[in-house]
Design a protein around this ligand. Sequence first.
Ligand SMILES: NC(=O)c1ccc[n+]([C@@H]2O[C@H](COP(=O)([O-])OP(=O)(O)OC[C@H]3O[C@@H](n4cnc5c(N)ncnc54)[C@H](O)[C@@H]3O)[C@@H](O)[C@H]2O)c1
Length: 456
Amino acid sequence: MSQESSLYPELKRKIESPEGKLGVLLPGMGAVATTFMAGTFLIQKGLAKALGSLTQMQRIRIGKRTDPKFPLIKEFVPLADLDHFVFGGWDIFESDCYETALNAGVLPKESLDSVKKELKSVQPMPAVFDKSYVKKLSGPNVKKGKNKMELAKKLVRDIESFKKENNLKRTVMVWCGSTEVYTQPTKTHQTIESFEKGLKNNSPDISPSMLYAYASILTGTPYANGAPNLSVDIPALEDLAKIKKVPIAGKDFKTGQTLMKTIVAPGLKARMLGLNGWFSTNILGNRDGEVLDDPGSFKSKEVSKASVLDAILQPDLYPELYKNVYHKIRIEYYPPRGDAKEGWDNIDIFGWCGLPMQIKINFLCRDSILAAPVVLDLVLLLDLAQRAKLSGIQEWLSFYFKSPLCRPDLKPEHDLFIQHLKLQNTLRILRGAEVLDHSGLDYYESRESIRRLTGA
Ligand SMILES: NC(=O)c1ccc[n+]([C@@H]2O[C@H](COP(=O)([O-])OP(=O)(O)OC[C@H]3O[C@@H](n4cnc5c(N)ncnc54)[C@H](O)[C@@H]3O)[C@@H](O)[C@H]2O)c1
């Protein structure tokens, strides 16, 4: 693209081309992972479209409104081809990905049958698992090791053999495993040394998802966390990612109710409408719902979902409007619904002269159908980040997360529209194109536009 960025020319990157095959590694091969894989196989065969995916469907405006260009994002930045994906992963259950997808009941059997051979060929490797982190599950396909360091090394060996056997150039890992119990960073998580000491001493503070993140970074594999629990977002692993020059991102895929919240709340705030309360509840009957029925795992999810409103509404800046918001979140495990989650939001707002009003949202969504394109985009954009030599926390991928990671001295951005602008502008910056702020006054007040209007 010819248009040079006037703001950040030094951030323009020479991006390596996405030659060769890309390994897509998924710890946790349940509903989300298998729906993502099945969908990708269907797209490869021309039997489905990548609906919901920005990298596949969205166009990006480049240049002035008087001479705009709208290339597809996948034409604007060099992304890996879906035909070059090779899938691998781990799960505590041995069933192949066809069986799992069938049991998850997300995509219809006829669709799964047309990619049965491909799905059957993906068998989960034995997992690193610790029941104290996911209380509701136990399964037979689990690695043994004398301590957590040995288990981490086994994961490293898995990744290296997967790369060798499939002749892969690059790998990306996205945690699609169950939500682990809520924990907070401890001393063990502060430095690479204390973390590695903890691995050798079998510290109970180190969760399985941290072992996957550690192995991922050590093998130069970008890592994203799709669940709300503490994983790569500890100082030790953030430092390691910087040292090893590996991009990381997280956490908790932004899909159903929180997606809606981050669409509606910025609108209320933009119009200076007040908020008294927001009650969100939903029913969910898949295995994720069962895991979240445990109070420890639910707490991880609740904390991740709760931060969204405060961050968007900024009650410290607007106390008259948002100081006393009562924000309540419930998730009820209700097996008859399977993956077809239903969410209800009751929003109590107030306007001119303080008069109250209500908004009701009833979202009949499909959890994994919303999550699958998020996984696809994260795989492609993290691989892009790696080839563009970006490393550490990738805040520009906040768009995809309920609880976005960012530098500790910054506040995370939750507003979906700002996140979207951030993502698109990052792509523009990487390609050296003009950053768009949509202010538009230059079309009316700049010397050139006045000359155009008046001829003077
Ligand atoms: N679907 C969505 O819309 C959505 C949104 C945000 C976050 N998430 C998160 O994504 C994750 C996956 O969701 P899902 O619906 O596929 O759940 P799922 O229960 O169908 O799949 C999770 C899989 O992870 C496996 N697992 C658990 N611990 C593991 C370990 N240590 N190593 C390897 N495998 C392990 C389980 O056996 C299971 O097969 C969950 O944490 C969920 O909270 C999902």
